[in-house]
Design a protein around this ligand. Sequence first.
Ligand code: LP5
Ligand code: MN
Length: 260
Amino acid sequence: MNKITLEGPVWLASDVHLGQHTVGTSEAFREFLKLAASEAKALLLPGDIFDAWIGDDVAVMAPPWLAQDLMAIKAAAAKIPVWLGRGNRDFLMGEALAAGLGARLLPEEVLISVGPRTMLLSHGDEYCTDDVAYQQFRAMVRNPAWQAGFLARSIPERLTLAAQARGESMVANQTKSSEIMDVNADAVAKAVRNSGVSIVVHGHTHRPGRNVMSVDGKICERWVLPDWDCDHKEGGQNDRGGWMVIDEDGPALFDLNRAD
Ligand code: LP5
Ligand code: MN
């Protein structure tokens, strides 16, 4: 498995879900990028930074909302190394996008070493093995032949299909139990055994926190990154979002509302 050795502090954020209508989230994320560029030595973005990525060619004639977000990532990447990982909504991000931003792509699963610790990092959707319908969808859209066929379609066609897929996903999720949409303990244990680490970091499930588990008698930690939403504040809801900082003391999560 690939290993990236980094000097801390390393900052991580995922599941920001930037899109045309996420004005508040986009603004908060751009502020975060500025802060990361001045405070961190590297920035890792392991998936679902975009609500739907339909192909790197979209970045060439990007609509204003997207151009603004891409420029902010590029500005951060001019100051510190930035790594982009693919999530279940932006799995079509490719080398062209990364090169255009001055960033690098993360492998699907990767070991990250910071100081004395090595962690396993991924988006996290691969561990949701109880969600059989999702894993079937995942296998289909990760197939290179399917991707080539999809990318050969026009941009308007791809936008329509992506909107349909997002709509169907939201409907499907309403009928799935919370357990089905979380990681499967055996899948995580398998990843721990394969990688040899005792710290796993991922996003995707939108259940931020630190979970302790035992794998073959070894105490392990699974850290989950938060998702972001700064556009639905009705009912007195707070902005939602945050990031992880990994330094010599290990990982720690920071809430967007409590960061100063
Ligand atoms: O993303 P989220 O949080 O809603 O739910 C995910 C899983 N859903 C997905 C689907 C993505 O949201 C769609 C992203 C589109 C990217 C654009 C580019 C590619 C376009 C593809 C066009 C076909 O990842 C969801 C999980 C959940 O996480 C928790 O883990 O449960 O899984 C599903 O919803 C899968 C469904 O159960 C079955 C498949 C629904 C999609 C069907 C697509 C049909 C396309 C329409 C074409 C006519
Ligand atoms: Mn996801």
